[in-house]
Design a binder for this molecule. Sequence first.
Ligand SMILES: *[C@@H]1O[C@H](CO)[C@@H](O)[C@H](O)[C@H]1NC(C)=O
Ligand SMILES: *[C@@H]1O[C@H](CO)[C@@H](O)[C@H](O)[C@H]1NC(C)=O
Ligand SMILES: *[C@@H]1O[C@H](CO)[C@@H](O)[C@H](O)[C@H]1NC(C)=O
Ligand SMILES: *[C@@H]1O[C@H](CO)[C@@H](O)[C@H](O)[C@H]1NC(C)=O
Ligand SMILES: *[C@@H]1O[C@H](CO)[C@@H](O)[C@H](O)[C@H]1NC(C)=O
Ligand SMILES: *[C@@H]1O[C@H](CO)[C@@H](O)[C@H](O)[C@H]1NC(C)=O
Length: 235
Amino acid sequence: MLVSVFHLFILCVTEISAISMTIINATTGEQVLFPVPIHCGAQYEVTFLSKSIIIAKLVSWGMKTFHKHTLYENRLQRHTNDSLVLQNVQINDTKLYEIQIECYNTVVMPMKETVFDLQVFEPVSKPSMTIYCSITSVNLSCSVSKGTNVTLYWEEQSLSGTIHRIYDGAKLVINYGHEQDQYKYKCVAQNPVSNATSDLQILEMCNGDISKALIVIAYICYKVIICDKRGRINN
Ligand SMILES: *[C@@H]1O[C@H](CO)[C@@H](O)[C@H](O)[C@H]1NC(C)=O
Ligand SMILES: *[C@@H]1O[C@H](CO)[C@@H](O)[C@H](O)[C@H]1NC(C)=O
Ligand SMILES: *[C@@H]1O[C@H](CO)[C@@H](O)[C@H](O)[C@H]1NC(C)=O
Ligand SMILES: *[C@@H]1O[C@H](CO)[C@@H](O)[C@H](O)[C@H]1NC(C)=O
Ligand SMILES: *[C@@H]1O[C@H](CO)[C@@H](O)[C@H](O)[C@H]1NC(C)=O
Ligand SMILES: *[C@@H]1O[C@H](CO)[C@@H](O)[C@H](O)[C@H]1NC(C)=O
């Protein structure tokens, strides 16, 4: 009894070890190669599938036959070494794919299975930056018109040229008093297949508004103090 359980365990382990997992990051429009490492003699069967739908089947039995699902008729090609190439990949090709290789040798061999996690991304476009000046802060906002799974972050460049990644996210708020005149700012957009950077911005354009604001504040203070004094004198 114990022996047979042990035997079963060994069988399970060998079957699982035949599965390997590969992540492929691809750009829309690219072609993707799915390697098919044939480890058999001349007689074998290769099945290419996704979510149990068979995309293609290659059978080698003296001569080779290759059948494709109609959806993939024009986009799937086979190399002479049996590796498969999917052309012009799109976002909706993002899926798990499986390649199963079965050998028909005299010796029984376990089926070899490889899982591919294909993730297709549209590359990011150059980000654009919008600046909002207010009395207490400068708000910078970053956006891209193209790209999937985009992450945005900000970099600050000092006068000496050193660059620091300062904030992750689309909106950056810089409070005055941060010596913002000493720095230039840019926004970086990236995804697993690309990255792009906005133009460097100096925040000088806000200074005009700020000086105006300061004049108004100074004027209000002046009025308040004068009125206050007058009030007190009158009393
Ligand atoms: C099959 O051929 C292609 C193109 O020459 C190559 O990129 C790929 O690595 C080969 N695959 C294997 C499993 O040898
Ligand atoms: C994927 O999207 C394209 C359009 O971008 C469409 O032509 C194609 O039929 C879709 N494929 C599947 C499998 O849904
Ligand atoms: C700037 O951002 C702060 C904090 O998010 C917000 O309270 C303020 O209204 C924003 N100002 C402008 C002009 O967008
Ligand atoms: C990309 O975005 C899609 C849709 O928002 C999401 O389902 C997917 O998990 C994301 N992929 C990665 C690698 O973040
Ligand atoms: C695919 O992209 C993810 C997220 O950026 C990364 O962690 C992973 O290493 C990439 N894989 C490959 C094979 O390039
Ligand atoms: C941005 O993309 C370039 C290639 O286009 C690459 O050399 C660089 O490492 C990428 N930078 C980041 C931060 O991902």
